[in-house]
Design a protein around this ligand. Structure first.
Ligand code: PLP
Length: 429
């Protein structure tokens, strides 16, 4: 069920009209549906029920404390990529023992912080990182549990967005080097070899490459077991896609179907008496948990008719939502009030752009929209990689964020004030 639907010609988030939210909190504002967030998490949790599995939400997709808190209370673990994200998990009341730490460039300070909080696992991406972690753990008198991020080099033809699982990627250890790297790890005194992981890419609409990656991990786990290196967990990463409404795109595979197929393979492998006995399965979904829980609410400032194009200039910009400028991402735009249906405005084709002084500052191109200055628009499916990628470019305060729960609206991040944006700066005197 969609939690963003028109009621009497006005788009609502759950039980609240977006026009009312704009009036109370201003624009641009990120609006999230609590019910949708929990449904998305539950799709993973339910598919894992009765199994030794952990869903570690990849919080770089959306790290608002209120979202982390809701997920933590539902039993989520977290996939972090910085020390700052670990501090967010703790601030939100999340459990550090359910945290896995990904990323190619962990600093000494970040490693120390994570060890002090006894996180579940470091997802290590290189041999130099292994040595650094061994040294930091040794200095603290601790052992670091690790998993190696392996690059399964799965077939990229299935989707152009598979960009992180290939040989040329900066991420992970090459499949052919994995065994040698595990041997190094097993020799290090302050390293506890716990698992294996991969993350082959993002916005995958089909689970075929994910299942292929699983097969390659299973192959390695068996090889390692034969060498006496026994792993406790297998982490398949995130990457499942969502429906952005792009014309011609296939519908994304439902979470339950993907996990069903994945567990089926794992069960068949376990029955074969190989290294799969007692293995825990970890997932790192980001986009598929938060992407469709949010939208970006914005107001039309001006309509500008150019010689070749019509521009709809809105108060949200690339600093609020970078995906179009960064990846040429197509994101759906809709009016909050359906005035066209009432014959109040005629539609025209617009480029929807922000006020930032860059030609790359666009949110949508060539869209038929029935809008006038002063109207409200939404950019749909904006819950993932929206606010977390926002910046203060052009000294623009970042948007407010609200969570709608039924007919109640909770402000979970107030709009930044201009003076706050330069409060850390000083003149040289
Ligand atoms: C970004 C990331 C994820 C989440 O990816 P989604 O496509 O948002 O599910 C998971 N794991 C790692 C290591 C990542 O970098």
């Amino acid at each position: 069920m969609s939690h963003f639907a028109y009621q009497d010609g006005v788009l609502h988030a759950e039980g609240v009209a977006l026009s009312a939210i704009a009036q109370e909190f201003g624009t641009p504002t990120y609006v999230y549906s609590k019910a949708r967030l929990l449904e998305n998490f539950d799709a993973y949790a339910n598919a894992c029920a009765g199994r030794d599995a952990l869903v570690c939400y990849a919080m770089k997709a959306n790290s608002n404390l209120a979202i982390l808190d809701l997920l933590a209370r539902r039993g989520a673990g977290f996939d972090i990529v910085s020390g700052g994200e670990l501090l967010r998990v703790i601030a939100a009341g999340g459990d550090p023992h359910k945290v896995i730490f990904s990323g190619v460039g962990k600093s000494v300070d970040e490693m120390r912080l994570a060890l002090e909080h006894d996180i579940l696992c470091f997802n290590v991406e290189s041999i130099p990182e292994l040595h650094r972690l061994n040294d930091v753990a040794g200095a603290l008198g601790r052992k670091a549990r690790i998993s190696l991020r392996v690059n399964p080099n799965v077939d990229a033809k299935t989707h152009p967005y598979i960009a992180t699982g290939l040989k040329a990627s900066k991420f992970g250890v090459a499949f052919d080097d994995a065994l040698a790297t595990y041997r190094v790890a097993a020799q290090l005194p302050n390293i506890d070899v716990a698992g294996i992981d991969c993350h082959i890419g993002s916005q995958l609409l089909d689970d075929t490459p994910l299942l292929e990656a699983l097969d390659r991990l299973i192959e390695l786990i068996d090889t390692l077991a034969a060498e006496g290196i026994h792993l406790h967990h297998l982490d398949i990463g995130g990457g499942l896609g969502i429906d952005y409404g792009v014309a011609g795109d296939a519908a994304p595979v439902p979470v339950g179907d993907y996990l069903g197929r994945l567990f089926q393979r794992i069960d068949a492998w376990r029955a074969g008496q190989h290294g799969g006995k007692g293995i825990k399965v970890i997932f790192e979904p980001g986009r598929s948990i938060v992407g469709d829980t949010g939208l970006l609410l914005t107001k039309v400032e001006f309509i500008k008719h150019g010689e070749e194009k019509n521009f709809c200039i809105v108060d949200a910009a690339m600093n609020d939502m970078a995906r179009p400028a960064l990846y040429q991402a197509w994101m759906d735009m809709q009016p909050v009030v359906q005035r066209e249906a009432r014959g109040e405005v005629a539609g025209a084709v617009f480029d929807v752009v922000g006020p930032i002084c860059e030609s790359g500052d666009w949110l949508a191109r060539d869209r038929e929209l029935p809008v006038e200055a002063g109207d409200l628009l939404v950019m749909k499916t904006a819950g993932a990689y929206g606010m977390t990628m926002a910046s203060n470019y052009n000294t623009r305060g970042r948007a407010a964020e609200v969570i709608v729960d039924g007919d109640r609206v909770h402000l979970v991040r107030r709009r930044e004030k201009p003076a706050e944006l330069f409060a850390l700066e000083s003149v040289i005197g």
